[in-house]
Design a protein around this ligand. Structure first.
Ligand code: 5GP
Ligand code: MG
Length: 445
């Protein structure tokens, strides 16, 4: 997962792009970058770290322009280095073109090998650069033409923002795996991973970009173009489960409301369960627990204090660091926990590391009984479309039965939400189709 944000036709473009990226920070904390356009020249600044670390006042001042595109990165393909930070900028026969990408190009290695054979020299190890090399080789009349010709060669998932002097182009893969929404702010257009970034920047959401659709913003005007037939809309359902901020709207449905309803459906699936309190693993588990509490008539309590200055623990790309930061992040509130039967809700169970640590600390704080409820089904299969679960062997639900997972995490009971309940709660608009491959092991083609 990554976050992208672009804005056109505003004298505040760099500042508003900063606001947009800052709002999307939960989607990745590894690097941040921005490219601005003053109509003739692109300026770039990328750095490792959080948005407010990368863009100091001085840096923002140097990024002059009336349009900007930006990116925050959570590495999935390519290692954690500055050279893989985005947006990428390439000078070629196309002129200067910048690109920011959320997703995972599954045929990048094959495309890259054949491009290298004919002389292409890659600057990064990320999968994103492939599209710029393809575009430089197979050109059309203008950038949108060139992209329309080359995007269909990519497999996998993408939400792209491209920038060339005087132009910003967005594109979404033919399945619409990764999110991309269009917004409006006065004379400006905004493209963003989540509607909440448009809201915070002061704009209004217009609509989602459709699968296989390109949006071209140039000369203050917006136009749309289909570069591939729309396949079945299969949005990543993990946006609703985990990635998106609760104040975002996905597939016409508020994420907050979807999560609240998921919590209620979890309660229904666990009807008759007795407990003193229900709590969520902060932050993502909280809304589920509130929905559960209302439905089950079991009081909601905060069982853990979240330290907000640590970043997301899952984010550390190596296992040892991940474990250390898990202890730092969540502190049990002993007076709430001692002697109690607790229903604890987390959004997902991937490797089992988080749940195991949390159950351990609840026990240490004197909990009598711990019922773990997960707001999504068992993740049995890797994601090839940009989520950080690349390895089948690392997925605990792929190796163990629910009963063995329960023993591994040390809970007294463990319940996963059914896929049916999940899809029901997430379905807002009538075309709200989701990719659920990680729960089923069946992939779209
Ligand atoms: P586990 O510890 O079981 O490997 O992972 C589960 C925890 O990681 C949950 O608390 C969930 O909130 C979080 N999580 C699940 N998927 C992702 C992801 O793709 N990225 C990040 N940063 N965290 C995730
Ligand atoms: Mg979590």
């Amino acid at each position: 997962m990554c976050g992208i944000f672009g804005i056109t036709d505003s004298k505040e473009a760099p500042g508003l792009a900063y606001v947009g990226l800052f709002t999307l920070q939960h989607r990745g904390q590894e690097s941040a970058g921005m490219v601005t356009d003053d109509g003739t020249q692109l300026r770039q600044h990328n750095g490792m770290g959080l948005v407010n670390e990368v863009f100091t006042g001085k840096v923002l001042e140097s990024l002059k322009g009336r349009s900007a595109i930006g990116h925050i990165r959570y590495s999935t393909t390519g290692s954690s280095h500055l050279k893989n930070a985005q947006p990428l900028v390439l000078n070629s026969c196309l002129g200067t073109v910048a690109v920011a990408h959320n997703g995972n190009i599954t045929n990048a290695d094959r495309l890259k090998a054949s491009l290298q054979k004919s002389g292409a020299i890659f600057q990064s190890t990320s999968d994103t650069e492939v599209i710029l090399h393809l575009a430089a080789r197979y050109r059309g009349r203008n950038l949108e033409d060139t992209l329309a010709r080359n995007l269909p060669k990519l497999a996998g998932s993408y939400a792209f923002l491209f920038m060339a002097p005087g132009k910003v182009i967005g594109a979404r893969d033919p399945h619409g795996y990764r999110p991309l929404v269009l917004g409006r702010l006065g004379k400006s257009y905004i493209l963003a991973s989540e509607t909440c970034a448009i809201d915070v920047a002061g704009g209004k959401t217009v609509r989602e970009i459709e699968p296989g659709e390109m949006v071209i913003i140039s000369g203050g005007k917006v136009s749309f173009r289909r570069f591939a037939p729309a396949r079945k809309f299969t949005r990543c359902i993990f946006e609703q489960v985990y990635f998106a901020r609760p104040d975002a709207v996905v597939a016409g449905r508020s994420v907050q409301k979807a999560r609240y309803e998921i919590g209620a459906l979890l309660a229904r699936e666990l009807a008759g369960v007795k407990a003193d309190l229900v709590s969520g693993v902060p932050d993502s588990g909280t809304v589920y627990a509130l929905g559960f509490s209302e439905e089950a008539w079991i009081p909601y309590q905060t069982a853990f204090m979240r330290n907000h200055y640590t970043g997301r623990s899952f984010i550390q790309p190596d296992q040892r660091l991940r474990e250390v930061t898990a202890h730092l992040k969540l502190a049990p509130i002993k007076d709430v926990i001692k002697g109690k039967t607790i229903i604890l809700i987390d959004d997902s169970l991937v490797r089992g590391t988080t749940s195991r640590e949390i159950v351990k600390s609840l026990r240490a704080a004197g909990a009598k009984k711990i019922i773990m409820a997960i707001a999504s089904p068992p993740i049995i299969s890797p994601c090839y479309f940009g989520i950080d679960t690349p390895n089948r062997e690392e997925l605990i639900a792929n190796k163990m039965s629910v009963e063995r997972i329960r023993r591994f995490i040390g809970a007294d009971a463990l319940h996963y939400l059914s896929l049916e309940s999940l899809v029901t709660a997430c379905g807002g608009g009538k075309d709200a189709n989701f990719c659920v491959s990680c729960f089923t092991g069946r992939y779209n083609r």
